[in-house]
Design a protein around this ligand. Structure first.
Ligand SMILES: [Zn+2]
Length: 413
């Protein structure tokens, strides 16, 4: 019998439920179906035997508590994951199970074989020889991001309840909506949650441990032109589309996503439209280094200021909004939360894979709310699309990590 008997069945049950979040919504959660799912989680968490199970009303996160079973003073540890799925078809998800994968065959997702998982295209498949993979049927994403995290945290809590000989402090769990649209953590209620340190269980392959993310801002440029007949345009016309192109050309050409990696930041033009009369540019600005990040924003604003000066009027209007910051700034003040994860990996003989994330996690925001929250692997590969898959073995290992962290925190207290 599997060590965590409900881990995979619960995961399969959850992925079949459509929980796609909606980037165009302003409600919390972004879709009524997410509230329905949250209510289902409440039932399941109560059935496991957790305490204090409730939906936090400002965030729609489902919170629950596993009471301590030790007399020692132990830091309260939180485990967080999200149950919404990315902006990709999620109607009628049919998970497929590939038992004892050989690490080299091409896996047909749909019967016709239109979509396949091919190790030549996805070389990470080679890491899964001898394991059981769960894939989509090619028409949808799978939703391992992040229902694997949800199922793992729940399985770990169930395991701790069934094994009272494993001593642990109080554990808080938080399962939330709307991570994929970037707003879920905005309303995270640190006080109601009640943990001293926390982890999101929302990373990729075995061993991932992330505590460094981008600093991130969104930047919009609105450009106002002067439209006159081209025949009589000399000295009069200001072509907003041309101004937009000039603005873009003034940004450093190398600093684009397609030219950068590792700790290199960028300006990413993700949308543009324009006529002679008006134009609009949408960017995101990213950098791991806070100072360089601030300099990037200054440069962006400075180019617009200079152009306005040259025009003698405010043709370009820039709006920059910070989105999240590099959690390392918070976490490096006290590395306990990272060291504890590393110790757990070591105890389980899992090699840590530590890289700066070229993106953010819910923990990027939650860390700045005062709760240091690095990210642990949950197992998913090729997230956000039809080629998403996860192995049962990695999900078991991720569950082991949650149990081990709870156990070590008590032992080290
Ligand atoms: Zn995720």
């Amino acid at each position: 019998m599997a060590k965590y008997e409900n881990l995979i069945p619960r995961f399969l049950k959850y992925v079949k439920i459509n929980t796609r979040s909606n980037p165009n919504s302003t409600t919390i959660p972004s879709e009524p179906r997410l509230m329905d799912f949250a209510k289902g989680l409440v039932k399941d968490l109560k059935a496991i035997g957790l305490d204090n199970v409730h939906i936090n009303d400002q965030s729609a996160y489902v919170y629950a508590t596993l009471p301590a079973n030790t007399t020692k003073q132990v830091q309260k540890i939180g485990f967080i994951s999200h149950f919404d799925t990315a902006d990709f078809n999620s109607e009628n998800i049919q998970p497929q199970i590939v038992e004892d994968y050989d690490g080299k065959s091409v896996i047909k997702l749909d019967d016709a074989g239109k979509f396949t998982l091919d190790p030549a295209v996805f070389p990470n498949l080679k890491n899964y020889a001898g394991q059981t993979l769960i894939t989509s049927d090619g028409s949808t994403l799978l939703g391992a991001d992040d229902k694997s995290g949800v199922a793992e945290i729940m399985a770990a809590m169930e395991y701790l309840l069934a094994h009272p000989e494993i001593k642990h402090g109080e554990i808080e769990i938080g399962l939330g909506p709307d991570e994929e649209i970037g707003s879920g953590a905005d309303h995270f209620d640190v006080k109601d949650f009640g943990a001293d340190i926390a982890y999101t269980v929302d990373g990729g392959p075995l061993g991932q441990l992330e505590y460094e993310t981008f600093n991130a801002a969104d930047a919009q440029v609105e450009i106002t032109g002067t439209n006159v007949h081209p025949a009589e345009a000399k000295g009069v016309m200001v072509n907003a589309s041309q101004v937009a192109m000039d603005f873009h050309a003034a940004l450093p050409a190398h600093d684009r996503p397609e030219n950068t990696e590792g700790r290199e930041g960028f300006f990413h033009l993700y949308s543009m439209n324009g006529t002679v009369d008006s134009a609009h540019l949408g960017y995101i600005i990213r950098d791991h280094d806070r100072e360089i990040f601030e300099d990037r924003k200054k440069l962006f604003q400075g180019i617009a200021d200079q152009m306005n000066k040259d025009f003698g009027s405010d043709r370009l209007k820039v709006t920059i909004k910070d989105q999240y910051y590099n959690m390392r700034e918070v976490i490096e003040k006290d590395m306990t939360v990272v060291d504890l994860a590393k110790d757990a990996f070591a105890a389980l003989d899992i090699k840590p894979l530590i890289f700066p994330v070229r993106g953010g996690t819910d923990g990027s925001k939650i860390s700045f709310m005062g709760l240091p929250t690095p990210n642990l692997f949950a197992g998913g590969e090729n997230m956000h699309g039809r080629f998403e898959y996860v192995s049962e073995e990695t999900m078991e290992r991720a569950t082991d990590v949650v149990v081990e962290i709870a156990k070590l925190a008590e032992a080290q207290a």
